[in-house]
Structure formats: structure tokens, C-alpha cells
Design a protein around this ligand. Structure first.
Ligand SMILES: C[S@@+](CC[C@H](N)C(=O)[O-])C[C@H]1O[C@@H](n2cnc3c(N)ncnc32)[C@H](O)[C@@H]1O
Length: 240
């Protein structure tokens, strides 16, 4: 069977609920680009998965809707919500369409590690722009395209250090990791940094922040070979 986000949803939900240093770090990096206090704000979490980011937005006081095209992922998100004091509403929807979200209805769109999964970035940015209020912002993270390019791997250098080996950075498109323990066995859309940035500008967004975070102490402890490599690229862009 070929994996998809729906077929690996149980594995992904178990991974995050057991505590994943990398996903906790991703959530924290993304949240650093939003105000601490979100009372009175409306947020859409695009590609919410089992809800790690949606719940954190709700904990800051936002009223939050989470969407994901994987019905199984949404089942997990709703199950966690049922045992959680939060108020997040979840729907099955495609980030390239956002058919369940009204135009001009949210102050923030967050997308943690999900825009690198949408097949059509232009469609997703047009949909995000449609649902954001004027001056609303999109905050997203993606695996850093420079270091998480298709089939990037690790090698031991002559000095004993473990180094990242990257090829095919400029070759965009869908690829699937053959790592049976990796999330990207579900597939991933590789795009260059310039493709993301120029698409944002083309869709009328103004860049407010671009961040390449230093791995957290927890990530560095779990994966010391990642020292000096930002695992994610984080971007905040305002609807002009
Ligand atoms: C790596 S997970 C991230 C989930 C969550 N944001 C988190 O931080 O754990 C990627 C998510 O993108 C979702 N996804 C895939 N295609 C998508 C699409 N067309 N629109 C929106 N989300 C999509 C997947 O179903 C999956 O839940």
C-alpha cells in the first residue's frame, strides 16, 4: 500500500502525543511569530494534523478552526479536543480550496509543516488570501528546503563529523521518502526558497519575518548531527 497522510495519521498522532522534540520545536518556532495574547482574534490552522498548533493558538485565547484533508487526522484532532478544555472546531478541507472557510473571516492563518504538502502552492495562497481579513497574516513553517531537499541524507566525513548531503535542491516536485519511520513517506512537495518567496509576493503578501531557527536543546540532544542546521524555515507574511 502506498502511504498517504490518512494512512499514517494514527502513527503521526501517536508520535506527537508521546512527545516529539522536533514537532514541539516547530510549534514553538511558529508561535514565536504571533502575539502572546490572542483573545478576540480568529485563527485558521491550515493542515492542522492532530491539532498541536491549533490547541496552542486556542490556549493563547484565539477562536480557532483547524482544517486538514485527512479525515483520520481530523478524527484524532477531535478526539484530543474532546478530552481538552479547548474550543477548536475541526473540518475536513483542502488547503488549496478552503471551501469551509468564509472570505475575510480570520485574522491569522497558520500552517505548520503543511504548505510543503499542498500540491498547488498558488491555489493555497489564493485561498489563504481570500479568507484573511485585510492586514491579516499568514505564519507558516516548512522543512528547510535547502537541507531537507529530496533524498537528503547523512554521511560521516573524514574528520568523523556527521554531515548533511544534499542533492537535487533545484529540482522541484513531489517526492516520497523511503524511510519507513519518517513522516515524508507520505510524500512531500519540494520547492525552492525563491519559489515560496516569489509566490507570496505574487499573491500580494508583504514579508514581515523570515527565520531560520537554531535547533532547540531538546532537538540537539535527540539529533546532535543537526547542530548548525535550521530544521525549518519560518515565514510571517501580511496580506497587503
Ligand atoms: C507534517 S503534518 C503537520 C500537521 C500539523 N500542522 C503539525 O504541526 O503537526 C502535514 C499535514 O499537512 C496536511 N496536508 C496534506 N495535504 C494538504 C492540503 N492539500 N491542504 C492542507 N493540508 C494538507 C496533512 O494531512 C498533514 O496533516
Amino acid at each position: 500500500m502506498t502511504d498517504s497522510w490518512d494512512t499514517i495519521a494514527d502513527w503521526y498522532a501517536d508520535l506527537l502525543q508521546a512527545g516529539s522534540a522536533m514537532h514541539d520545536f516547530n510549534r514553538d518556532v511558529l508561535l514565536q511569530h504571533l502575539p502572546e495574547e490572542l483573545g478576540g482574534h480568529r485563527a485558521l490552522d491550515l493542515g492542522c494534523g492532530e491539532g498541536i498548533i491549533a490547541r496552542a493558538l486556542a490556549a493563547r485565547g484565539a477562536s480557532v478552526v483547524g482544517i486538514d484533508p485527512s479525515p483520520r487526522m481530523i478524527e484524532h484532532a477531535r478526539a484530543v479536543e474532546a478530552s481538552h478544555p479547548g474550543t477548536v472546531i475541526y473540518s475536513v478541507d483542502d488547503g488549496c480550496v478552503l471551501s469551509t472557510v468564509v472570505a475575510d473571516s480570520v485574522d491569522w492563518v497558520t500552517a505548520g509543516l503543511s504548505l510543503n504538502n499542498v500540491p498547488d502552492l498558488d491555489a493555497a495562497l489564493a485561498a489563504v488570501r481570500r479568507v484573511l481579513v485585510a492586514q491579516g497574516s499568514l505564519v507558516f513553517t516548512i522543512p528547510h528546503p535547502c537541507f531537507e531537499a529530496p533524498y537528503a541524507s547523512w554521511t560521516q566525513a573524514a574528520d568523523g563529523a556527521v554531515r548533511r548531503v544534499v542533492g537535487n535542491y533545484l529540482t522541484e516536485g513531489f517526492w516520497r521518502s523511503d524511510n519507513p519511520d519518517g513522516a515524508r513517506r507520505a510524500g512531500n512537495q519540494h520547492r525552492t526558497v525563491s519559489t515560496y518567496l516569489t509566490a507570496l509576493v505574487r499573491h500580494g503578501f508583504v514579508l514581515e519575518a523570515v527565520t531560520e531557527p537554531v535547533p532547540s536543546a531538546q532537538v540537539a540532544a535527540a539529533q546532535p548531527q543537526r547542530a548548525g542546521l535550521p530544521p525549518f524555515l519560518a515565514i510571517r507574511a501580511r496580506r497587503a
